[in-house]
Design a protein around this ligand. Structure first.
Ligand SMILES: C[S@@+](CC[C@H](N)C(=O)[O-])C[C@H]1O[C@@H](n2cnc3c(N)ncnc32)[C@H](O)[C@@H]1O
Length: 391
């Protein structure tokens, strides 16, 4: 390789590296552009239009848009086109936008819509803790100390961010309380969170009931631990009318929810007691907690299924719905995004909760330490899996 080529390649590598860094610096723009489009109701306007919608038709449909900002809608649509939320179809004069599978999930009235999840995850209450993750930055300190004389603003002992302090999570550092305590005092967050989780639960429980019917058959009772406002519980109670389904969650979450038919709500604490049942379902719970906390929950779940003694042994188990982080060596190009999303969730659990996303070996260690003899992983839920534990 001659000198010129070597230099050329180095420069190209450098520019490629710069592009990579820039892409990551600005990745939040994907989330914020998507949030803006959803807040404007763009997926619904396009859906209700019934045919490909041009940008001028879209602009005309947006009721709160200041006319001087109209040109910017094209720019918003262009990035969302690029990131796969819309497609363009040829019309006689200009191209029209249509929805993709991803933006169909962001319609307001769609059975499996996940707009509420987007709204809670991108709400400033949940994004603020990211500012408290790494070593403190000047504007953070400036903000916190704005009322003080200018010469004390730079005292490095003043503000410690999460990696430097003793708080259990960056959420705690940002808001002064762990997430569940805070949610219990801030009805807006509690409501947004419950709605977000319910929207996620609708899709997953339908797939679970459809693909894993056998796991529920033969059971007389099931308790959904940390079951929120009962989206999963209701779907199971409806699909299996002979199964008595109990939803256990914190008292303020289930307060006012009415039992009906084979579904009942119990306010309690999963670290202390889980109602007795043939089976326990525990969806999107264990990833919120660290290993010691998970052990406590799993032990309560094991006690709950072990206390039920009817003489005839039916298949007692604990069903977990959570992620099993992919092994890097097994990730091919097609699943790169899946693994990245799992790693996003792992960071999210670090920032909001004390938990983490676990690899199979990490799960197995936890299950055996909590006294289960065997487990089975069925990876049929996209990013998540059904993990069945046997006593
Ligand atoms: C991430 S949400 C999952 C909700 C539901 N399982 C789902 O997937 O839609 C976690 C749930 O755990 C509940 N939770 C937190 N601490 C709890 C505790 N100590 N006992 C019972 N439930 C708890 C929260 O109120 C919340 O509803």
């Amino acid at each position: 390789m001659d000198k010129a080529n070597a230099k050329g390649e180095t420069v190209n590598e450098l520019l490629k590296a710069e592009a990579h860094v820039w892409n990551h610096i600005f990745s939040f723009i994907n989330s914020m552009s998507l949030k803006c489009a959803v807040d404007l109701g763009i997926p619904d306007f396009i859906h209700n239009h019934g045919k490909p919608m041009t940008v001028s038709e879209l602009v005309a449909a947006l009721p709160t848009l200041n006319p001087t900002k109209a040109r910017n809608i094209y720019r918003l649509m262009r990035i969302l086109l690029h990131s796969g939320f819309f497609e363009q179809q040829k019309l006689s004069q200009e191209d029209g936008y249509v929805l993709t599978d991803a933006s169909r999930l962001l319609l307001k009235d769609t059975p499996f819509g996940i707009t509420p999840l987007l709204k809670v995850m991108l709400d400033p209450i949940l994004t603020k803790p990211w500012d408290f993750l790494g070593p403190c930055c000047w504007n953070l300190r400036l903000q916190n100390r704005a009322s003080e004389p200018i010469n004390t603003m730079w005292d490095s002992s003043i503000t410690h961010t999460w990696l430097q302090n003793n708080d259990s999570t960056p959420f705690d550092t940002a808001h002064g309380k762990p997430l569940w305590d805070y949610a219990c005092h801030v009805p807006k967050l509690c409501h947004l969170f419950n709605e977000g989780m319910a929207s996620d639960a609708r899709l997953i429980i339908n797939v679970l009931i459809d693909k894993c019917k056998g796991s529920f058959e033969g059971l007389d009772s099931l308790v959904d631990v940390g079951g929120g406002t009962g989206t999963v519980g209701k779907a199971i109670a409806h699909a299996f009318p002979h199964l008595n389904c109990t939803v256990l969650d914190l008292p303020h979450v289930v307060a006012g929810l009415k039992d009906s038919g084979n579904l009942k709500y119990v306010g309690g604490n999963m670290f202390e007691d889980v109602p007795v049942a043939d089976a326990v379902l525990i969806k999107s719970i264990l990833h919120d907690w660290n290993d010691d906390e998970c052990m406590k929950i799993l032990k309560r779940c094991k006690e709950a299924i072990s206390k039920q003694d009817k003489g005839v042994v039916i298949k007692k188990n604990v069903m977990i719905v959570d992620m099993v982080v992919m092994e890097k060596k097994k990730v091919n190009d097609g699943s790169f995004n899946l693994m990245e999303t799992q790693l996003f969730f792992d960071m999210l659990m670090m920032v909001l909760q004390t938990g983490r996303e676990r690899r199979e070996e990490e799960w197995a260690k936890l299950f055996f330490a909590a006294g289960f003899s065997n487990y089975n992983i069925t990876p049929i839920l996209g990013l998540r899996s059904l993990i069945e534990l046997f006593p």
